[in-house]
Write a protein that binds this ligand. Structure first.
Ligand code: SAH
Ligand code: SF4
Length: 388
């Protein structure tokens, strides 16, 4: 007796291959994709346009299962955050961020992360394991189902100029749908390349989620060889977590920089742009008090990126005690942004969202992990006592 395979994470080609082994034509695989990903159906017996024999076979040999939801938080601004169980006391987060003109889902790719950036709560938790493709696409699958079921509650702030707001509201509940996906949750997607690629293919496939390449963004700390592979395999929008304009500083903030220093990273960005769906790279830059936020750093950044078509996204640091770091004061962030835009680079400052449901991304999962471990210890003790 085989274990049933979770087919939720199979990329379209992989599902076609599996269906072929079951003696089914490729259009059956596409029907299955639509049932699972567009209609959110997990029960094969309800997939009424598939032959009964095939449905029975699926029920025996396959399953559709997303990670289990441990917690489901809604914020006053409409942001919704799920904490998902991925086994062995590990949890990951998925966040939905509605705006008037779009809805963005932020997904995780690993439990923990091996890159260990100094300012990152996920990094501080260490690396537990890669998520599978079904655990990654499962985040989109369950978020879409939940949002379709519940709508979006809360006071969604507008991201549009005032004159367009009325129109957007009139146009209906656009903010209810997931229109964009960003790989900015826990983990380094390019250190879990295979599963990330399968999930990306499903996100883009017209029979599954049908998102445009421009609306799916992979964020990386700079795994240079994998940036090149993504460019060949599945070019989507790219965000690079820069955080420092010099190798000396970046070595200390993003340890991966010792392996792939800035000059190599900039070249990889230029190569990526040859095939990218957008004509710029987004550079993310966490603003850390007295570490990387001086006018001189801004000048150095402009020099570093002179040849690279790019935009800057300045991120207010989400502090957590173990980091020993502090957020830059707002006026310094403004001055920094001004210098970059005066230097000719489009620069935005990220708005913090969902403040009331918890702090830094990765923190909630870290807390749960500790508590789960405590929980497991207590449970073991209880069992032990019961046996004694
Ligand atoms: N590993 C990938 C994607 C996940 S991190 C990467 O590093 O790009 C997503 C973004 O959150 C990155 O830009 C990261 O630098 C940022 N980030 C991590 N910890 C943060 C914190 N404490 N406050 C603000 N941003 C943080
Ligand atoms: Fe990993 Fe990204 Fe956090 Fe760095 S910032 S530790 S790469 S998740």
């Amino acid at each position: 007796m085989h274990h049933p395979v979770d087919i939720l994470g199979l990329a379209p080609d992989e599902l076609i291959a599996v269906c072929d082994q079951w003696g089914q034509k490729p259009f059956r695989a596409r029907q299955l994709l639509r049932w699972m990903h567009q209609r959110g159906e997990a029960d094969f017996s309800r997939m009424t346009d598939l032959a009964k024999g095939f449905r029975e076979r699926l029920s025996e040999q396959a399953l559709v299962r997303a990670p289990e939801v441990l917690r489901d938080h809604c914020s006053a601004d409409g942001t919704r955050k799920w904490l998902l169980d991925v086994g062995a006391g590990n949890a990951v987060e998925t966040v939905f961020i509605p705006e008037v003109s779009r809805g963005t889902l932020c997904v995780s790719t690993q439990a923990g992360c091996a890159v260990n950036c100094r300012f990152c709560s996920t990094g501080h938790q260490g690396f537990a394991r890669n998520l599978t493709a079904h655990e990654i696409i499962g985040q989109l699958w369950l978020a879409q189902r939940a949002i379709e079921r519940d709508g979006v509650q809360g006071d969604v702030p507008t991201d549009l100029p005032a004159e367009e707001v009325v129109e957007a509201h009139d146009a209906g509940p656009r903010a209810r749908a997931i229109t964009n996906v960003v790989f900015m949750g826990m983990g380094e997607p390019l250190q879990n390349y295979g599963a990330t690629l399968s999930a990306l293919r499903l996100m883009l496939d017209d029979h599954a989620y049908g998102l445009s390449r421009r609306r799916v963004t992979v964020s990386t700390s700079g795994v240079v060889p994998m940036i090149d592979r993504l460019r060949e395999d599945c070019p989507v929008a790219l965000a690079v977590s820069l955080h420092a304009p010099t190798d000396a500083l970046r070595d200390s903030l993003v340890p991966l920089n010792r392996k792939y220093p800035l000059a190599e990273l900039m070249s990889a960005c230029l190569r990526y742009l040859e095939k990218a769906p957008r004509d710029f790279i987004t550079f993310e830059y966490v603003m850390l008090d007295a570490i990387n936020d001086s006018p001189e750093h801004a000048e150095q950044l402009l020099a570093l990126t002179r040849r690279v078509p790019c935009k800057f996204n300045l991120i207010p640091f989400n502090p957590f005690p173990a980091s020993g770091l502090h957020k830059s004061p707002a006026d310094r962030v403004r001055a920094f942004a001004r210098l970059l835009s005066d230097g000719g680079k489009v620069t935005t400052v990220r708005r913090t969202r969902g403040d009331d449901i918890d702090a830094a991304c990765g923190q909630l999962a870290g807390e749960v992990r500790d508590r789960t471990r405590v929980g497991e210890r207590i449970q073991r003790r209880v069992v032990h006592l019961a046996r004694a």
